[in-house]
Write a protein that binds this ligand. Structure first.
Ligand SMILES: O=c1[nH]cc([C@@H]2O[C@H](COP(=O)(O)O)[C@@H](O)[C@H]2O)c(=O)[nH]1
Length: 279
């Protein structure tokens, strides 16, 4: 019960962060088979009560999620956002190329959706449960514009650094808005990934989380957990192993992403008032 209420409050607080920064938020999910853009408190409550029982819905699953409730992944959320003209979408972290992906071919459809859908996704980068260098390579193949926010290095979700240089650097919400606007003007059909490092005060100890990730990966291999079950398993296990530290960091970085994403959306809207073009 307490957990359910906490989840609703968290989501509402995320929407508050967007509103406080001048943007209009719309949480996206599938309720009873219907894609919903913007949820009421009651609808948020339905999702919160379901928790992990809500169907994990990637973009390919939207049409087969009949009469079900679906928690949309990055791929499905950006697809639905693009359909209603929402140009900026905030999340925690995106999916990517899984470790050993060169053998398993396990590559998140988030990456191909980013290649095909002109929406800007604001995230804290990619968790090191994934293969970050290969994910960046694959994003390049998909023609996705990737930029890190106020840093030269691509962030690794719980930590500010990944050891990988970001393909580009953006300095401010206005700078991001200009990049997004240029994407529209050049009629590129692919998306943009803006990677915002977790605020330093919330970055959990990198080595603590890295060893939890190693253990979780080992357990996933032993239990033969693969495909779309792998990410939820790894995220839950890393949270258990870090005694909740990873979840606390996760919440902090999503709030930060919501604030920065909202500022980007406002800047973009102001810019586009002049250019009179929309995504
Ligand atoms: O750090 C994270 N990575 C991935 C996810 C979720 O997992 C999805 C990717 O899953 P898969 O690897 O099965 O495509 C993402 O779109 C997102 O919904 C997440 O919440 N946090």
């Amino acid at each position: 019960m307490e957990c359910r209420i906490l989840r609703i409050l968290r989501q509402q607080r995320l929407e508050d962060h967007c509103e406080e920064n001048g943007a209009v938020p719309a949480t996206i999910a599938i309720l009873d088979g219907v894609p919903c853009i913007g949820l009421t408190t009651e609808e948020l409550e339905i999702l919160a009560r379901l928790g992990s029982k809500a169907r994990k819905t990637a973009s390919r699953d939207i049409y087969t999620c009949c009469r079900e409730n679906g928690a949309t992944t990055v791929s499905a959320t950006m697809y639905l956002a693009s359909k209603v003209g929402i140009p900026v979408f905030v999340t925690g972290g995106i999916g990517g190329v899984h470790r050993h992906g060169e053998n398993t071919m396990d590559i998140s459809s988030d990456l191909t959706e980013l290649g095909n859908t002109p929406v800007a996704v604001i995230s804290a980068g990619i968790k090191s449960i994934l293969d970050i260098p290969r994910t960046l390579e694959y994003l390049e193949t998909q023609r996705v514009t990737v930029a890190a926010y106020k840093t030269d290095e691509f962030p690794a979700f719980f930590t500010q650094t990944s050891g990988c240089k970001a393909p580009a650097r953006v300095e401010s919400p206005e700078h991001c808005a200009r990049v997004i606007d240029a994407n529209v003007r050049l009629e590129r059909k692919s998306g943009i990934l803006i990677a915002v490092p977790i605020p330093r005060e919330h970055s959990a100890s990198g080595s603590l989380i890295e060893s939890a990730i190693q253990q979780a990966l080992q357990e996933a291999r032993e239990k033969k957990i693969t495909g779309n079950a792998e990410t939820p398993f790894l995220l839950a296990r890393v949270n258990e192993l870090t005694g909740g530290a990873s979840l606390a960091s996760n919440i902090a970085l999503v709030k930060n992403n919501a604030s920065i994403g909202a500022k980007i959306a406002v800047s973009l809207s102001q810019l586009q008032k002049h250019s009179n073009k929309r995504l």
